[in-house]
Write a protein that binds this ligand. Structure first.
Ligand SMILES: [Zn+2]
Ligand SMILES: [Zn+2]
Length: 389
């Protein structure tokens, strides 16, 4: 019996640094699944040696986020000369400048497929890699991969959510693989996406009804647009039912100008699963502390495309707003030393989850609906291995 070697270089037992190395030829060549950083670690790169990098023929990047693509430039500095396999959107959003690229195109309404030919530097008798891939519902450009070589099949979900609000998803169903590496970032949640969104809306709607402004820092590319679309729908629904506030008033949703740049770029893209619709009521200027000429003295929702509040104007704005009664809600990982951490530890901000990954409920459903012999759930602090009977 032949056994194939997989080396976990990051992302398993930790939230970040996703990187998996699969040995796929008899002469010990590899392909790599994602190459992310752990941006809270002074040593942020994946645990991979120069020798391994020299023998890596392909790097598959699932999406643009730093914890999946952030170490690619480092990998090239360390001597990577193989082929980058990803979407044009991921390459653009991750700002990757690398010439040897296989850009994956999407088939319409079906799972896409491509065969990568035998690498010219490979000495072995293998016949190439057969790849199936689809959109993951996580962010523009994001893909899952099923990769078959001459001996084995590996499935990689990337960051996956099959019930997205806005992004398109090609559902993972009836797939088979020897090994599956699957997103389980919301490791402690048993809720599905719909239920998780309801919990978030209870927090946001509750604060609005109590007369407070609600501020959510969100990433530039990712759940921010999903949340905007979700809140806009909820506000529209509330308006039809005589408003959320006394006097039939419904709060509005404002976003900052960075959010708008991104939103414009995405309009009409195949990564959207619905027709373009209004994503906000007004644009906010954090420096001027006003939205589209209005003072912020009414309950409203404010999305700021700056997850860790790095921009001084954004940080000042959120601190001042919080001091004058606004509810700050943090929906992602918190960077040490950030304003978000400061607010959370002072009890001035709340944590909430947005279903942008798989919960345990989603993960178990995915395992049931596919035929995977062995499963490594990744993107969390646990270290679980699942095996089929
Ligand atoms: Zn991601
Ligand atoms: Zn991730």
């Amino acid at each position: 019996m032949h056994m194939n070697r997989i080396k976990i270089c990051g992302g398993y037992g930790e939230h970040g640094r996703s990187c998996f190395l699969v040995e796929y030829t008899p002469d010990g060549h590899y392909y790599m699944l994602d190459c992310g950083i752990m941006d809270t670690d002074p040593q942020p790169n994946p645990h991979v040696t120069k020798e391994e990098i020299a023998k890596t023929d392909y790097v598959f990047l699932s999406h643009c986020h730093k914890d999946h693509a952030g170490a690619f430039a480092w990998l090239v500095e360390m001597g990577f000369q193989g082929i980058l396999v990803t979407t044009a959107m991921t390459r653009e959003l991750a700002e990757i400048d690398y010439k040897r690229v296989e850009l994956l195109e999407l088939a319409v309404n079906t799972i896409s497929e491509i065969t990568l030919p035998k690498a010219e530097w490979g000495q072995s008798d293998w016949s190439g890699l057969r790849i199936q891939y689809g959109r993951t519902g996580h962010c523009p450009g994001s893909l899952w991969f099923q990769i078959a070589d001459a001996r084995q099949t590996v499935f990689y979900s990337g960051d996956y959510q099959k019930r997205p609000y806005l992004y398109a998803c090609d559902e993972i169903i009836d797939m088979a693989a020897d090994l599956a590496i699957l997103d389980l970032a919301h490791v402690r949640s048993e809720l599905d996406a719909g239920a998780m969104r309801e919990v978030l809306w209870e927090q946001v709607g509750g604060a609005l009804k109590a007369g407070r402004r609600v501020i959510l820092p969100v990433p530039k590319y990712g759940r921010g647009l999903e949340m905007a679309a979700f809140f806009m729908d909820r506000l529209a629904k509330a308006e039809k039912q005589n408003g959320l506030l006394p006097g039939g008033i419904t709060p509005e949703l404002y976003v900052d100008s960075d959010f708008v740049i991104y939103e414009k770029k995405m309009q009409g893209e195949c990564w959207y699963q619905r027709e373009p619709a209004p994503m906000y009521h007004g644009i906010l200027d954090t420096e001027q502390r006003c939205a589209a000429g209005k003072r912020l003295d009414m309950p409203c929702i404010i999305l700021i495309a700056d997850t860790h509040l790095v921009k001084p104007a954004n940080a000042d704005f959120v601190l001042q707003e919080s001091a004058s009664g606004a509810q700050v809600i943090i929906t992602g990982r918190v960077r040490t030393g950030s304003v978000c951490e400061q607010l959370l530890s002072a009890g001035q901000a709340q944590n909430a989850l947005y279903p942008h990954h798989q919960s345990r409920h989603d993960f178990e459903e995915l395992v049931r609906e596919n035929a995977f012999r062995m499963v490594l759930p990744f993107h969390n602090g646990e270290k679980e291995v699942w095996m089929s009977e």
